[in-house]
Design a protein around this ligand. Structure first.
Ligand code: NAP
Length: 343
């Protein structure tokens, strides 16, 4: 099969389109023919080596995909060749952790495509337990934008953020893959949303997602704008995928006893803040990682109801995976990029 493989850490050009052995479905596994592959920011960090340098090289990245069953391994029931499916974008590698709750806190939990070969390929073999049936009725290119953003968004917004109807929620980087999905999930839960963008060219895109207030963070003070919007009270919940110094803004923007859910580090991994403001106001910071099969099912149900729309930026052939990573690294993406494995 063909895959986008990297043999060394570095710039997007280290992604090479190559012939590699097609996996065989082992006991309990399904072999999926991948019809479309979603790209996520984590893969950019993994490729450049800034997240970890412990990957088994050469390596195939990729967590998200839409596929169909190509072969059913021994011991697997309930799947037939040709049916449309979605691989989970992360799961515990050790079988003794498969019932762990919450799933993404399991000791052996791994985002797909980090420790095992990923979805930047024409075929993927994985345990049938971590394959969901695709009842969305959508084109594969649209489905491939969904899994990681949906599980991450449902867990961060609904489960850890406890967002409910009437809440006022701030979401950072509203045009990003995670941000644009978090906006849609918060809106589906009945919340009102403010979102930040750094690049004003993305303001209209974020407005189109139904947010009340777009904050252009390069020229407006985020916390002040949120306090104005909430009559001085602060947001009930903040979903922060940027981290770094911008997390200080998120903490300043949340109300007393409010919740800041932290799920990303685009702006850096270290942050300092005055703990007096934090504990006097009894604010909470909650870390959020990925989500479960139930989170994915809940989110896909919203897709079926038309309450979440896949936000596809563009489809790029798998052989041009390096060019796709260049777009991502330059922040020239709205929603998600998708690779087409057969072009
Ligand atoms: N915890 C989890 O389970 C989980 C799951 C998925 C992703 N993540 C993490 O979440 C983060 C976002 O991922 P993603 O896939 O949503 O990324 P993405 O789609 O590539 O978007 C990144 C966004 O960051 C913004 N940005 C870049 N540099 C910035 C800066 N200096 N100041 C302000 N904004 C800046 C860009 O906005 P502008 O264009 O407006 O500049 C862009 O929209 C990453 O750290 C990723 O690893 C975590």
């Amino acid at each position: 099969m063909k895959a986008a493989v990297f043999h060394e850490y570095g710039a997007p050009q280290v992604l090479r389109y190559e012939e590699v052995p097609t996996p065989k479905p082992r006991q309990g596994h399904l072999l999926l023919k991948l019809l479309a592959t979603g790209i996520n920011r984590l893969e950019h960090y993994l490729r450049e080596g800034s997240y970890s340098r412990a990957l088994p090289l050469p390596h195939i990245l990729g967590a998200d995909a839409s596929g169909e069953v190509a072969a059913v391994g021994p011991g697997v029931d309930g799947f037939v060749v040709g049916e449309r499916v979605i691989p989970l974008p992360g799961y515990p590698l050790a079988q003794e952790d498969w019932e762990f709750a919450p799933l993404s806190a399991a000791p052996s939990y791994a985002v797909a495509g980090v420790l095992e070969p990923g979805t930047y390929a024409q075929f993927l073999s994985l345990p049938a337990r971590w394959v969901a049936k695709d009842g969305t009725g959508l084109r594969p290119e649209l489905v491939a934008t969904l899994p990681m953003a949906v599980v991450t968004g449902v867990r961060a917004v609904k489960v850890l953020g406890e967002v409910k109807a009437g809440d006022q929620v701030l979401i950072t980087a509203g045009a990003s893959g995670t941000g644009s999905m978090a906006i849609q999930i918060a809106r589906a839960l009945g919340a009102r949303v403010a979102a930040t963008v750094r690049n004003p060219a993305k303001t209209a895109f974020v407005k189109g997602l139904g947010v009340d207030v777009v904050i252009e963070s390069e020229r407006e003070e985020v916390a002040k704008k949120v306090l104005d919007w909430t009559s001085g009270r602060g947001a009930d919940v903040v979903i922060d995928n940027l981290g770094g110094p911008l997390l200080r803004q998120s903490l300043a923007a949340v109300k007393r006893q409010g919740i800041v859910v932290v799920l990303g580090f685009v702006c850096g991994v270290e942050v300092s803040f005055d703990i007096r403001d934090f504990f006097f106001a009894q604010k909470q910071i909650r870390g959020s990682l990925m989500g479960s099969a139930q989170d994915l099912a809940w989110g896909l149900d919203l897709v079926r109801q038309g309450k979440i729309t896949p936000l596809l930026d563009q489809v790029i052939p798998l052989r041009e995976a390096a060019a796709a990573h260049e777009l991502l690294a330059a922040n020239r993406v709205k929603g998600n990029l998708v690779l087409s494995p057969w072009d």
